[in-house]
Design a binder for this molecule. Sequence first.
Ligand code: CAO
Length: 537
Amino acid sequence: MKEFILPELGENIESASILKVLVVPGDILEFDQAVLEIETDKATIEVPSTVSGIIKDVFVKDGEKIKVGQVILRVEEIEVQPQSTKTTQTEAKTVSAKNDKAARDNKPQASVVTEFKLPELGENIESANVLKLLVSVGDVIQKEQGILEIETDKATIEVPSTLNGKVVELFVKEGTKAKVGQVVLRVETSIPQANEMKTKVETALTAQEKKEETIEIVRGSATAVIIDNQPKINLQSAPAAPSVRRLAREIGIDINQVPGSGSGGRIRMSDVKEYSKKLHENRDSSSGQVGIGIKAESLPDFSKFGEVERKAMSNIRSKTADHLSYAWATIPHVTQFDKADITDLEKIRKGFSSIPEQDGIKLTVTSFLLKIASSAIKEFPQFNASVDMEKKEIIYKKYTNIGVAVDTENGLIVPVVKNVDQKNIFQLTKEMNELAEKARKRKIGLDDLQGGCFTISNLGGIGGTYFTPIVNSPEVAILGVSRGTFEPVYKDGHFIPRLMLPLSLSYDHRVIDGADAIRFLRWIVVSLENPSKFLIQ
Ligand code: CAO
């Protein structure tokens, strides 16, 4: 039997508080494995073991104060020989070392089964409905191949594989809900060299977030299960011990938002608790409700008046409803109207359509508006912003990504054209059309739906005069475009026919004043009326 005692922790540090005991009796302990997470006056640290074997006794518990030199554990020394098919990370290390040796000895090597988990789907998206499984057990799949068709709050998308290999197990069914991080399937991937495998296993082991994950290594059949698609490790993530992160995760706090009071900004348990308390206080003071005091009216029994049919809302419809209600209820909207004379622009647009090399790219007024809007939000930065009411801050964005509302069979979808300022009108048109096509075919990726700064909603292809678009929160403005029609315009003593485009700019009055809004909209009108100005960009 061996004892493990709390080692020297540094000059003048005689004791520490235990935040978490990371082992229990019966665990197989490896040399260097973290035993305790402790907090001293200076830092929160993990204490590694200096012994190995089976843990017989643990003499300390969470929250206790311990002294340097105090006995922490008693361990029965054994040679660690993993027996079971399911082993811990510790064992995984041992096994990877063994495989390494096998490779050197030219022995048959391990095959690898990798778990594919439902990847991050975007901010605040925790789960999705599985609409369709696109693969079956036994299928050989390739990277980028669609595995699932899912419906999230924002869109219906295909989830692509990040692996090559043969599907050996499927864990989700059509019509069920899958959570982000949930194992979707297992894939037998090509047999790696032991060295490669070791690297993979060790990479998996070093990631803090994966401490609780189990890596299965089946030596008999020489199969290793490696977790793929783990949450990405943010190299610049907030400095905090795993237990602190775990607590934050469990209570739904973004650790990166928590101010750390420890040395070097390290985040302690108490910081997470304090942050959570403040959030609750803020929420309580505003009752955390949208539409405070508005009581839902109960619906009448419509069947008394005639035949009715009830249909469940699609996920997109229900989330669009939530999102727009939220935006409508929380943003003080004002809509400003104006008209642009696009007669000259229309001539240019038609002229471009006869250029053979532009075949397949049909310019429309939306193409020009994309370019103009990106210049406009650069010129008027308060239109490329978001409001953080909690911190009483305005966030100004230095990039120009523009969303374009697309009408699809499944509802309204707003794909985002990225870095509009860096692309010409043809590139923008091509990209916008591809995104609209993807949205309509339910092939849009979540990346395509995120990161917008400003939105354009052009209903003019369908008709209409003016409308009042709802700001696409957390953006602060949206441009509604209606149908351009010929109107008599009084000029030089005569009425002449001009093609006039009705524009509606809705904006968030918390950050944008009426005078700025009309300046902004006028700027757009003048640009549309002087197309040569932006065409050379
Ligand atoms: N005024 C007059 N004509 C217009 C116009 C306008 N404002 N906007 C488009 N048109 C014309 C185009 O020039 C094209 O005409 P031709 O075929 O003669 O060249 C025709 O209408 C069809 O255009 P389009 O709709 O295919 O192309 P677009 O680039 O203007 O729009 C897109 C692309 C994706 C915005 C559009 O297809 C769409 O989905 N619009 C609906 C947006 C929507 O639903 N908004 C509401 C959101 S809030 O509920």
